[in-house]
Design a protein around this ligand. Structure first.
Ligand code: ADP
Ligand code: ZN
Length: 722
């Protein structure tokens, strides 16, 4: 009798054995439907010896598989990657597998679906709901369910609009092939340094072998152009390329540049796709038809059968770290995938992470440098502004020298960018009469005022309340004052200084869709914006030749909280935003406002001595045995019941094994002590790199029992310490 070991999509269960019916053919990787109790679940057939600890079940007790799906089996290298991820990040294999099978509807076989699109006709009878739906949906197309979600109305409202002629059905085939990018479409003439870099990449792709690269080039050096040449070679070799970007907002400018170079856009993969788009992309990726895929970190686990190249752009970005579910770091897993697939991996950055530089030092990654900007553009002048000796006026945040520089820039008809990494108007609202502060009911966090939408919002859980007029505590009127600035408040200050200037606020609140991002880029390029005020969303990717002045409103902001990478992150962020200045023919200037101008990181930014900064920072990590020289792992215990959370954390702490080379700190209440209504406690494990911390953790936590409402998350190589 033939049997198969199957990993099913249920994170609570390991692999299970099934009987394979006579008329069914399966192989490792086959995607199947398996019975589980009364339910039917998707699963993947796995090599038996990969999970040796499965409880043996007698032949007579095996249940038969129900179906094999008509999609290509998950490739072997991907199965190895799933195993590695589950092991390294101490996660259930099924939770990792779920990321590979990210479109369940794609598994159902080829078909067409009916979507609806607006006709432009106005229904005879309008209601508030209908008006709202039509307004929010705009020109978008989608399933009834998707349109209802976008419109913020029920399915019935959309169906009513269809009946009244405001939407019409469209048949969409989810198997239409994607156009193949043309490697010879518009290749640029490369500079000498670019040519050398590109040749090395081309050579590595032809070698069809694992090779990690660090592409270390200053902002504006042409890193994108160079890795485009690598992509061109992969296309010529008929192999697939995956490009990972740190956030969706960067997808739009990327698509445009890609199209200009290759004559067509690549396939994109991110959380904003419609179901039919997701399905089409997944199937084209799995069949090998999609040649180039650009996406957020979730694109990493898709079933590419012929991966020839992986690019991680802005590889130092911490948003590559997933902070819930499987806590993986997409940059590190990308390198692992390259190893499994036997293909080159390019990590591109102007400010590489210390971990990555360390790999270069160890000789594991090959470093390719682009030391100067393309086309003779100069790096900007960086000027430190001491907020203690040159403070802004009371109630203002832009210091006089920066005001003067902005004035000059405006007069010349050039553009400025003010950077403050804080959304909204003010991070805290308090009552000056009784001292009441608006706090989120679900989180240990202040409610942030958003004046544009007249609301207070929690940036952790999304809880919102209408902007209040009176203090809820003492009922005093006109007593509420905003404390501290967010970008909206800086924009107000700019408008007060230059009422005629055209100001754009750029945050995830204003650039919430690819279309909005494209609109923003167009208006800056067309010269319709004088001053941009933005969060980290504007610090990377954009290339605006007429932007010649950058002001960092509060460079000290990122240093607060003092986690392991606070200094490094501040350095990277300011370097990135500074990199927006003077990218064209006109030279750029950067002003950095700080209260600690003497701090090493500020000195490095002002002098531009990157090497000195990295050397000092690396030395500090070495002395503290911090990553990359030692290893951290966090255990986060959370529960809606505060006593349960504390008690489970205590039990885990008490069960900690004594191991040479490992030290356990805590448990202690997390800095974010309550998040989304859950009480949180943390333990931090610090170990030498020689130890197999994962095995120790598995055994340790395996010996502790906790109640079902309590969650225990393991975070290997944590980036967040709250
Ligand atoms: P980086 O990614 O290193 O910041 P980019 O790839 O964005 O740099 O390049 C900066 C600008 O210079 C872009 O507008 C890009 O199109 C242009 N550029 C770079 N290299 C070339 C080249 N060889 N030919 C033409 N334009 C180039
Ligand atoms: Zn909250």
């Amino acid at each position: 009798m033939s049997r198969a070991r199957v990993l099913i999509l249920n994170a609570a269960l390991g692999p299970l054995d099934y009987r394979v019916p006579h008329d069914m053919r399966v192989e490792p990787g086959s995607i199947v439907i398996a019975p589980l109790g009364p339910r039917q679940l998707v699963g993947v057939v796995w090599e038996e010896d990969r999970f040796p600890d499965v409880e043996p079940v007698g032949d007579n007790r095996l249940r038969p598989l129900l179906n094999v799906l008509d999609v290509p089996p998950l490739p072997g290298p991907l199965r190895r990657l799933i195993e590695w991820t589950a092991h390294y990040y101490v996660a259930p294999p099924a939770a990792v597998l779920r990321m590979a099978l990210a479109s369940i509807s794609a598994l159902e076989g080829a078909r067409t679906v009916i979507e609806y699109r607006p006709t432009g006709a106005t229904p005879d009878r309008m209601t508030d709901q209908r008006t709202q739906a039509l307004e929010r949906i705009g020109v978008r197309q989608g399933l009834i369910r998707e349109l209802a979600l976008i419109g913020g109305v029920s399915d019935a409202v959309i169906r009513g609009l269809v009946k009244s002629g405001a939407f019409e059905p469209v048949e969409v085939s989810t198997d239409t092939p994607f156009p193949v990018p043309n490697p010879g479409y518009a290749p640029p003439a490369l500079s000498e340094a670019q040519q050398a870099a590109s040749s090395r990449f081309v050579e590595a792709i032809r070698a069809v072998d694992f090779q990690p690269f660090l592409l270390d080039g200053v902002t504006g050096s042409g890193k994108t152009e160079v890795y485009f040449e690598a992509i061109a070679e992969a296309i010529r070799q008929n192999r697939q390329t995956l490009v990972l970007l740190p956030e969706i907002a960067l997808t739009e400018p990327f698509l445009e540049r890609f199209e200009a170079r290759f004559g067509t856009v690549p396939v994109s993969w991110h959380s904003g796709l419609r179901q039919s788009e997701r399905r089409r992309a997944w199937r084209a990726i799995a069949s090998g038809q999609a040649k180039v895929v650009v996406g957020a970190r979730s694109a990493l686990y898709l079933p590419y059968p012929q991966l020839g190249l992986i690019v991680v752009d802005e590889a130092h970005e911490t948003s590559f770290k997933q902070e819930d579910g499987v806590h993986y770091h997409a940059r590190d897993v990308a390198v692992m995938r390259g190893l499994m697939e036997k293909c080159p991996v390019i990590l591109a950055s102007a400010t590489p992470a210390i971990e990555t530089r360390h790999q270069v030092e160890l000789g594991r990654y090959e470093e390719i440098k682009l030391p100067s900007r393309f086309g003779g553009a100069q790096m900007p002048d960086v000027i430190g502004l001491n907020l203690l000796t040159d403070p802004p006026e009371r109630g203002r945040w832009i210091a006089p020298p920066l005001v003067k520089a902005m004035e000059e820039t405006l007069k010349k008809g050039e553009q400025s960018l003010l950077f403050l990494n804080r959304r909204g108007y003010a991070p805290l609202t308090l009552c000056r009469h009784c001292g009441y502060r608006f706090q989120c009911p679900n989180c240990t966090a202040w409610m942030v005022e958003h004046r544009l939408t007249r609301r207070l919002a929690c940036h952790h859980c999304g809880h919102v309340i209408p902007a209040p007029d009176i203090c809820p505590e003492c009922k005093e009127e006109d007593s509420l004052v905003p404390c501290g600035p967010g970008v909206e408040r800086i924009a107000d200050e700019v408008r007060a200084l230059w009422p005629e200037a055209r100001v754009a606020i750029v945050t995830s609140d204003t650039l919430w869709s690819p279309a909005k991002a494209a609109e923003f880029v167009k208006s800056v390029e067309a010269g319709a914006v004088d001053i941009i005020v933005g969060t980290q969303l504007v610090t990377k990717g954009y290339h605006f030749p007429n932007l010649t002045l950058v002001g960092v409103v509060d460079a000290d902001l990122g240093l607060e909280g003092g986690d392991l990478r606070a200094t490094e992150r501040t350095f990277q962020q300011v370097m990135q935003v500074a990199g927006r200045a003077g990218r064209g023919e006109k030279p750029g200037r950067v002003f950095i406002q700080t209260r600690v101008p003497g701090a090493g990181v500020m000195q490095a930014l002002i002098s531009g001595d990157t090497e000195a900064f990295y050397t000092a920072e690396t030395e500090q990590r070495r002395r503290a045995h911090a990553p990359p020289f030692g290893r951290f792992a966090a255990i986060i215990v959370s529960s809606e019941d505060s006593r349960e959370a504390a008690e489970t954390a205590r039990l885990i702490g008490a069960a900690a094994p004594h191991v040479e080379g490992m030290h356990v700190y805590g448990p202690a209440p997390a800095p974010l002590a309550v998040l989304r209504g859950r009480h949180r406690h943390r333990l931090l494990v610090h170990a030498t790199r020689q130890l197999d911390v994962q095995d120790i953790l598995r055994e340790w936590l395996g010996n502790v029992v906790w109640k079902s409402g309590t969650r225990v998350a393991v975070d290997i190589d944590p980036y967040s310490f709250v």
